[in-house]
Write a protein that binds this ligand. Structure first.
Ligand code: ADP
Ligand code: 5GP
Length: 213
């Protein structure tokens, strides 16, 4: 019997706070973790590979996926569309494996309000300060000044939703935040309603008591 259902581990934050870096670290730590590769209409950044960071799609292709109900959630973020394809997520959690999502607050809300709500663990990542956030966006070296300014303007809208999440971590130090995320995942995996074999085990234990002595 399947030991437990997989968890939908949702990471959200203002752009640049560190969620992609943290997601990568978690996946290095536990190779059974799967990443939900989103579809997006935005252009690839240097170094991004189709199917690894994103599925890069035209507006028409993206709209088609939405119409075909292929998206678990989807939203417009920074003038582009982003969405999480449903099928691979549903198959992965049925196998008892956990899936990491790097999505914004709108996607987080949609998944928490879906039929998968009891499988969701959501984490909001805050930067220690806005100055540090801007430095991280600049240091990432992947966006123009205009894009960075736009992301800084939108960060308040994302931060507004921090209290909707199960956990909120301030990403001051990468090693410490990574450790906190691992601890959350380990504890959430042990929640009794996620351990599908417990009832059977307890009933076996009762039988041993009755017939064993
Ligand atoms: P997001 O996915 O939230 O947009 P990234 O993971 O791309 O953010 O991180 C943005 C930049 O900040 C990256 O260059 C990353 O290496 C750096 N970074 C992330 N967390 C920290 C941290 N705790 N301290 C210093 N730099 C960090
Ligand atoms: P970026 O363009 O920097 O890769 O991502 C921009 C924002 O879109 C980030 O906040 C990221 O979390 C969010 N995002 C990425 N994929 C998805 C998705 O599938 N759904 C939603 N709702 N947001 C996403």
């Amino acid at each position: 019997m399947q030991k437990r259902r997989g968890i939908l581990f949702i990471l959200s934050s203002p752009s640049g706070a560190g969620k992609s870096t943290l997601a990568r670290r978690l996946m290095n730590w536990d190779k059974t973790l799967s990443f939900s590769v989103s579809a997006t209409t935005r252009n690839p950044r240097a170094g991004e590979i189709e199917g690894r960071e994103y599925f890069f799609r035209s507006h028409t292709e993206f709209a088609q996926m939405v119409d075909n109900n292929e998206m678990l959630e989807h939203a417009e973020v920074f003038e582009n569309f982003y969405g999480s394809p449903r099928e691979s997520v549903e198959n992965t959690i049925l196998e008892g494996r956990d899936v990491i999502f790097d999505i914004d607050w709108q996607g987080g809300q949609q998944i928490r309000n879906s039929g998968l709500a009891s499988d969701v663990v959501s984490i909001f990542i805050l930067p220690p300060s806005l100055k540090e956030l801007q430095e991280r966006l600049k240091g990432r070296g992947q966006d123009t000044d205009e894009v960075i300014q736009n992301r800084m303007k939108k960060c308040r809208e994302e931060i507004n939703h921090w209290a909707e999440y199960d956990y909120c971590l301030v990403n001051r130090n990468l090693d410490e935040t990574e450790e906190d995320l691992k601890n959350i995942l380990k504890a959430e995996r042990l929640k009794k309603y996620r351990q599908l074999t417990l009832e059977g085990l307890v009933s076996d234990l009762y039988n041993e008591v009755e017939f064993g002595s």
